[in-house]
Design a protein around this ligand. Structure first.
Ligand code: CA
Length: 517
């Protein structure tokens, strides 16, 4: 092929031809971005992530066909880590591209400063139409969005049914299952409310599967006659690790309340929903009370109830995500819309005996990330580069061909999406959890996670942990004092201090919280 023909063909294929340009200016059309965002969704509760070391059978029971399909059509990232595993802080980091100590949102007691630079504002300046629909949980009104509707019940967690939606027009109580309502609102915005002359960024943001895991009406019966396997470290005795592990209040066996366990119905259900709830749980609850369980039997009953409800809620959300993906296809938007799926952090599904998040251990440190970029991401591809939630802002700006400001700490993953092989990529993820005392009583700590080793410093008690993730993926054996690891400890300690300086984390190492018990 001669060069001129080759060049013309390339121009046509890359979009200067028929489909990819706007008629007015013949400029290549910029892609739309649909950011599907969820809350506390652990990677081991997504089928596409495959079996997990301590519970290899679990993934066969997980039912996420639509997220799995997204992974089949795009790129799945296996090493994505948040910098502070709690709702508000992770969200603030995603918006700003900066760790908590720079964006000011150290814990859930803080009100996000919406006057600061965020990627949606930069997208707006760059000609994008922006919207956030669903859970927000940053307490100040969203800024940088042409349209927003957020879950606005007190505390901004939202409720699983009949949520209050807040918007610039005020508050509105809406009847139905919240995952369905958020999807309806998001599709409606795409269909009839946005400015079609602009590319869009839409954050379609679920509250699912945050505590207290109430399924949609059609998912109550899932796993009815199935036993979910217990992770191998469900009865972790926390030996060799920091004293913080014995101090926490997030054990399934002892710290779940009656609402978590569906022994009482949520107060926000209407009559019809209450009947569905009672049909689902009353008989089992009655049998449970008659059985008068104790010890391990009681702990495992709670585990079954919890994990089944968690997975049922995930499936309710996945079904709604499927409806959204179908709308993209039917409307013709799919071909020029990049779909990104992620969650603000991971969660424990009985690993170490826990629910909740906060720790720098793998299950809550990890975020799912799946990206489908039509004609760019190879189908069914995976990438294991170390990515952080600081990278999301840079990535969204890069996808929109907007300059990434120098003060954003993260890096665009667009090169990874294009060829899958990182160049000059980071070698460690940085982490700092602050909230103490707080819900679940997890001591503050900071650390780094590399490909193989993880170093954590609990500074309130000055205890250190080193994990060899290759030999001990479940983080059961602290090697910090093991003489075989002396050189690794030394190298990782130096690397941690370098990274703390590189990330400009000069926050005084003391507990910060307004929490009152
Ligand atoms: Ca969360």
């Amino acid at each position: 092929m001669n060069r001129i023909i080759e060049k013309s063909l390339a121009l046509f294929i890359t979009g200067a031809g028929v489909l990819g340009c706007t008629p007015e200016n013949n400029e290549p059309q910029r892609p739309n971005i649909l950011f599907i965002f969820s809350d506390d969704h652990a990677t081991h509760a997504i089928g596409a992530y495959g079996p997990k070391h301590n519970n290899p059978e679990l993934h066969k029971l997980v039912q996420t066909p639509h997220l799995d399909r997204l992974a089949q059509e795009g790129m799945l990232f296996t090493n994505v880590f948040c910098g502070n595993s709690i709702c508000g802080p992770s969200r603030a980091t995603i918006l700003t591209g900066k760790h908590s100590h720079l964006n000011g949102m150290l814990n859930n007691d803080t009100i996000f400063n919406g006057a600061q630079q965020t990627f949606p504002k930069l997208l707006q300046d760059g000609g994008y139409e922006t919207a956030w629909i669903g859970k927000w949980h940053l307490f100040s009104d969203p800024t940088g969005f042409d349209h927003w509707q957020i879950l606005d019940n007190p505390g901004q967690q939202g409720t699983y049914y009949n949520p209050i939606l807040g918007s610039p027009d005020g508050e509105e109580k809406v009847t139905g299952h919240t995952a369905t309502i958020i999807t309806d609102r998001a599709i409606n915005w795409l269909k009839s409310q946005r400015d079609e002359g602009k590319p869009f960024f839409l954050a379609y943001s679920h509250k699912t599967p945050h505590r207290e895991w109430v399924p949609g009406p059609e998912e109550y019966d899932l796993y009815k006659n199935t036993d979910i396997p217990v992770p191998t470290n469900f009865y972790d005795d926390y030996s060799t690790r920091s004293s913080a592990l014995k101090e926490q209040e997030m054990e399934i066996a002892t710290h779940m309340n009656e609402q978590d366990l569906k022994l009482t119905a949520p107060g926000y259900l209407n009559e019809e929903q209450l009947v569905q709830f009672r049909d689902a749980y009353d008989q089992e609850n009655s049998d449970f009370k008659d059985a008068n369980l104790s010890g391990n039997e009681l702990a495992e009953w709670k585990y079954q109830r919890y994990v089944k409800d968690y997975l049922r809620s995930v499936t309710s959300m996945d079904k709604e995500i499927g409806r959204m993906l179908q709308y993209l296809e039917e409307s013709g938007l799919a071909e020029n819309t990049i779909v990104v799926y992620s969650s603000d952090q991971g969660f424990y599904l009985g690993d170490h005996g826990w629910f909740d998040k906060r720790w720098m251990y793998e299950e809550s440190l990890r975020m799912p990330l799946i990206v489908r970029w039509p004609d760019v991401t190879p189908a069914a591809s995976t990438n294991d580069a170390i990515i952080q939630n600081t990278d999301y802002a840079a990535t969204f700006l890069d996808l929109a061909n907007i300059t990434i400001p120098g003060d954003i700490q993260g890096k665009s993953i667009v090169p990874l999406l294009k060829n899958g092989s990182p160049e000059n990529w980071r070698d460690v993820a940085y982490y700092h959890y602050y909230a103490w005392p707080d819900w679940h009583m997890v001591q503050p700590h900071y650390g780094i996670r590399g490909d193989r080793y993880k170093l954590i410093h609990f500074y309130t008690t000055d205890e250190w942990e080193l994990f060899d993730l290759e030999n001990d993926p479940d983080e059961m054996q602290n090697e910090y004092l093991n003489p075989d690891y002396t050189d690794i400890v030394k190298a990782m300690t130096e690397r941690l201090e370098q990274e703390r300086i590189a990330m400009s984390d000069t926050v005084e190492l003391k507990a910060t919280s307004n929490y009152h018990r």
